[in-house]
Design a protein around this ligand. Sequence first.
Ligand code: PMP
Length: 351
Amino acid sequence: MTTSGNSAIEARTLGVYGSITDAIGNTPLVKLNSVTNGLAATVYVKLEYLNPGGSVKDRVALSMIQDAEASGDLRPGGTVVEGTSGNTGVGLAMIAAARGYRTIVVVPDKTSHEKIALLQAHGAEVRVTPGGRPSHHPEFVRNVAAGLAKEISGGWLAGQYDNPANPAAHRATTGPEIWDQTGGRISHFVAGIGTGGTVTGTGEYLKDVSGGAVTVIGADPENSVYGGGDGRAWNMEAVGHFLHPHTETDEWPNSYRPDVVDLVERVTDLDAITVLHRLAREEGLLMGGSSGIAVAAALRIARTLGSDEVVVVIAPDSGRSYLSKYYNDDWLGRLGFPLYGKVSDDRVSDT
Ligand code: PMP
């Protein structure tokens, strides 16, 4: 996309953009060198935290907004509404700000102050609703969001779990980028499953373009139901799915297509945290919990592969958002995980 006016500089090729939304995507692949010691296969992580809003969800937020603009569901002066405390809310708020829309994000009351402050800093209005409500309950986060979108004139509900523009974003961008970046040499693709949009859309593209040669692996917290867990709690945020004991059906989100996924690797919190700590200290890669789940799964798969094989793993967001959890000894100790440990607390006096 180019900026307006005669003096506009051609975008993209120069890394010059007409708006922040044009800077979404085209994230780097970075090879793992230390945690892969002794493995024959090559493992790359795709650093989605280098998107401008800090996560893979920028792609989905842009795709959903563009789709709604094209269909006329979202019009100038309109309001973007979503029920999520996570990265999708941030992406939507960032893009809405750049395009002049109002944003309302509905979050459950367990949401941390930092997350609420981050959404507000991106210009979103945050409505807090009681957490833990079953999906048919009027106070369930997504129902509150749907109600608001209907009530407000010009309101539009993004609805990432049901919106086909979610997996479509990955079919159109994440998949082709990975294929090009590996020169078609990718043999295994690994991604965590939240809404399922990433693994579904990227997996569909990679299977199509390779004639079915790419194996698609979903990485899932051990207790999550995608991989056959019983839905008990886990600690890695933003991935996995649990069915509410009283109400939920066994239906997957519409954004998830299980037939695209060849296998689901189940990963414990401990394995995810252990690999996160190594990635930060040995590779210079500070990542969020869902990246820990995905990289741990990828390393397990890579152990079974030969030297011709190329594994690509999605790293959805950065460890910066989780400094008080996965990299914090109080939190780790409280939950019985190995401590991260401080390298040094010493201060050098400047006198
Ligand atoms: N990791 C993080 C940090 C996320 O925000 C999300 C989105 N919920 C995911 C993983 C899962 O991606 P998807 O929704 O595409 O399955």
